[in-house]
Ligand binder design. Structure first.
Ligand SMILES: [Zn+2]
Length: 152
């Protein structure tokens, strides 16, 4: 009985160690660092897009249409107003962001498939002996399992 209990405790301890060990591995693998870099770059990227819309695109639209986009406001009663310009700016921001992200994801996917193709195209390193059907080195001239001589 006592021994069984000891075993149970040991198993439980190992499980906890495994869980935290896995967590430690996950943290140490660099995923968290990668994510942090991604978040920071994402935030910086967002401000670049905002700057582009505010300083380049909005003035251009303002030149074409009459009112400046940011200032395109529809006044309502009781001092409320619909800020259509700010909404349009947000939409433009989103479209630019989505488009650039789409390009990035597309490029990443392409890069991933290139890597996979190279792996698949790697020459096989083994062949099957026609006599004993064992897997052997592709360059072997004699089977190490059944000692048959291989012609090719
Ligand atoms: Zn063989």
């Amino acid at each position: 009985m006592a021994e069984e209990e000891k075993k149970k405790t040991a198993a439980a301890a190992e499980k906890t160690k495994g869980f935290f060990g896995e967590f430690k591995k996950f943290v140490m693998r660099g995923n968290v660092i990668d994510m942090a870099v991604g978040v920071i770059i994402g935030a910086a990227f967002g401000s670049i897009v905002t700057a582009l819309t505010e300083n380049v695109i909005n003035p251009l639209i303002g030149c074409i249409g009459n009112p400046e986009v940011e200032g395109f406001v529809i006044p309502l009663i009781k001092g409320q107003e619909i800020n259509l310009g700010a909404f349009i700016t947000a939409v433009i921001n989103f479209v630019i962001m989505a488009f650039v992200l789409f390009l990035i994801v597309k490029a990443m996917n392409k890069a991933m498939t290139i890597g996979k193709k190279k792996e698949e195209e790697a020459a096989p390193k083994t062949k099957v002996c026609p006599f004993c059907k064992s897997e052997i080195n592709i360059e072997a001239t004699r089977c190490p399992h059944c000692t048959s001589e291989l012609k090719d």
